[in-house]
Design a protein around this ligand. Structure first.
Ligand SMILES: O=C(O)CCC(=O)C(=O)O
Length: 264
């Protein structure tokens, strides 16, 4: 199974969902006009509101309805699966930082709410944490998604790999000065779990942060297949899922684990 992935590394306008929807639509038109086949589209974290958390009651997406309507349009326009970055969605009286996944048939294939909230940006004051893994089936392949700070928790990503995930999609608003951490963590998660890591960051400024771009596609051997710069752009790569089996066979890390020693 081979997928052409496209990462929409957008400049997220702080607190302006309408403007951000226009940016996504413009980038999708660009993909469509390129004539190149796209199988999976990935967006950044909080791509519609940015980190404008003080205005969530005004600008958050109720039950993810605004986002899923847009993703269904995108899925049908490009005949592609949409891993919808994340949006601030309000449900059951709480706000969550949530990924909605819409498959190419236009069905919501799954949702994931960020499990590890980032205190440095006071996320825990505004969001409730999710407590379920982000595992989905796309064309019978198990894939996973996590959000930004989650990649600092190798045991969380490992859990997804042990459940059979072959690709990890990461959506982020990762700021300077920690570009070095972003790159090293993504490459490490790919090598240790022998999976593809497809990670979409944003660029631009918001809430006092400058986001560092460098969205990346890393293969299960830790090689970078594509990497963005610090500008608004679409990053594309082809991922061949058979390489996951090959690498896992060559060095059978999962078989050689000693959970009896470290209980993880
Ligand atoms: O872990 C980091 O350094 C960045 C995390 C972050 O910005 C986030 O989770 O929103």
């Amino acid at each position: 199974m081979k997928w052409n992935v496209a990462l929409l590394q957008m400049d997220v306008a702080f607190g302006q969902p309408g403007k951000n929807v226009e940016t996504v639509q413009r980038m999708v038109r660009q993909l469509s006009e390129s004539g190149e086949k796209t199988d999976v589209i990935l967006l950044p974290e909080l791509w519609d509101t940015g980190y404008d958390l003080d205005r969530l009651s005004e600008i958050a997406d109720q039950n993810g309805e605004r986002a899923t309507a847009l993703f269904k349009e995108m899925a049908s326009q490009l005949n592609a699966h949409v891993i919808g970055g994340s949006v601030a969605d309000q449900r059951e009286g709480c706000s969550f930082n949530t990924t909605y996944v819409v498959d190419r048939q236009g069905t919501v294939a799954g949702t994931y709410s960020k499990a590890h909230l980032f205190r440095l940006m006071q996320e825990e004051k505004h969001f409730a944490a999710g407590d379920s893994p982000g595992l989905y089936l796309l064309e019978n392949q198990i894939v996973a998604s996590v959000i930004c700070y989650d990649i600092r928790f190798p045991e969380w990503v490992r859990l997804h790999a042990l459940e059979g995930a072959r690709v990890l999609f990461v959506s982020a608003q990762w700021p300077h000065p920690r570009l070095n951490h972003w790159r090293q963590l993504l490459i490490s998660r790919a090598i240790e779990n022998q999976m593809y890591v497809v990670a979409c960051n944003c660029v631009g400024e918001g809430g006092g942060s400058t986001f560092c771009g460098h969205s990346m596609v890393v293969n299960p051997w830790g090689e970078i297949l594509a990497e963005g710069m610090q500008q608004e752009e679409i990053i594309r790569a082809e991922i061949d899922l058979s390489l996951v089996d090959e690498v896992r066979k060559r060095i059978p890390v999962t078989v050689d684990r000693r959970p009896d020693l470290y209980r993880l």
